[in-house]
Design a protein around this ligand. Structure first.
Ligand code: GTP
Ligand code: MG
Length: 239
């Protein structure tokens, strides 16, 4: 199951935002530049669909071979015009297609929510091993959790999107995590954007969340162990 977290590419929203930036003198984009921008978003959308399809194929194969679906569900989204432009501004980059191509690797994003930790590593490994895609970056916050307790495996792939002009290798950020990691990250994200809380309550909640992250990790280990014992799925070796 794939949940769409953004409506498919909104060319008019992007056009309006870019035209407004021209008026505010924050950008100097010609009509052609704006069209190139919109075309680029379409390429990202294509790349996102290609990776999602590869993941669906792997999930189905697991079901057929091992009677187990490693993927609980997926979510995917293209960065909205507002957050794309906001990120370029935060990074002090000029607002143009080159900045996006060279510096923003999460325009297309897929979140793969797996049932167990073994599933995270097997699905990501089978995808990473495919010969037509490249691995640009791996950040393993499962083996090395962030200080706040955040866990997920982030991989940036480059996937060839074939246009009339030939293949265009396009980055897609894939976040692999378990249901428990996703459950935790959703609440932590909510807390982070709850800016009207007094500092002491924020600190208290952050500490509780860190404790929850550890508890969830322990529960996952126990449930994974039961699942390994009763299922025929391949087991991922800890490296
Ligand atoms: P960018 O320049 O934004 O790409 O920063 P980065 O590359 O340092 O970010 P990273 O790859 O570590 O994380 C990117 C995404 O992971 C975020 O947009 C979130 O979706 C998710 N993420 C990372 N850290 C956290 C966290 O502490 N809590 C939650 N809830 N989500 C996180
Ligand atoms: Mg990033």
């Amino acid at each position: 199951m794939i949940l769409e977290r953004s409506s498919s590419i909104s060319a008019s929203e992007l056009q309006q935002r870019l035209a407004a930036l021209n008026e505010e003198h924050k950008a100097d984009l010609s009509d052609d530049d704006i069209i190139t921008f919109v075309d680029l978003m379409q390429v990202y959308e294509g790349a996102m669909r290609e990776i999602s399809t590869k993941l669906e194929v792997l999930d189905t194969e697991f079901q057929v071979q091992f009677s187990h679906n490693p993927i609980h569900h997926m979510e995917r989204r293209l960065k909205s015009a507002n957050s794309l432009i906001g990120k370029l501004e935060r990074k002090n980059l000029p607002i143009n297609v080159e900045s996006v191509r060279n510096h923003i690797f999460d325009v297309a994003g897929i979140r793969v929510i797996c049932n167990y930790r073994d599933d995270v590593y097997s699905v990501s490994r089978y995808l990473s091993d495919q010969s037509d895609i490249q691995l640009l970056q791996v950040k393993d916050y499962i083996r090395n959790p962030k200080q706040n307790g955040y866990r997920s495996l982030h991989i940036i792939y480059a996937v060839p999107v074939f246009l009339t002009s030939g293949p265009h290798y396009t980055p897609v950020e894939v976040q692999f995590r378990t249901i428990a990691m996703d459950y935790w990250a959703s609440l932590e994200h909510q807390l982070r954007y709850k800016s009207d809380l007094p500092d002491n309550r924020l600190a208290e909640h952050s500490q509780t969340l860190l404790d929850c992250a550890r508890s969830l990790q322990n529960i996952e280990v126990q449930m994974q162990s039961i699942h390994r014992d009763i299922s025929g799925s391949p087991q991922e070796q800890e490296s």
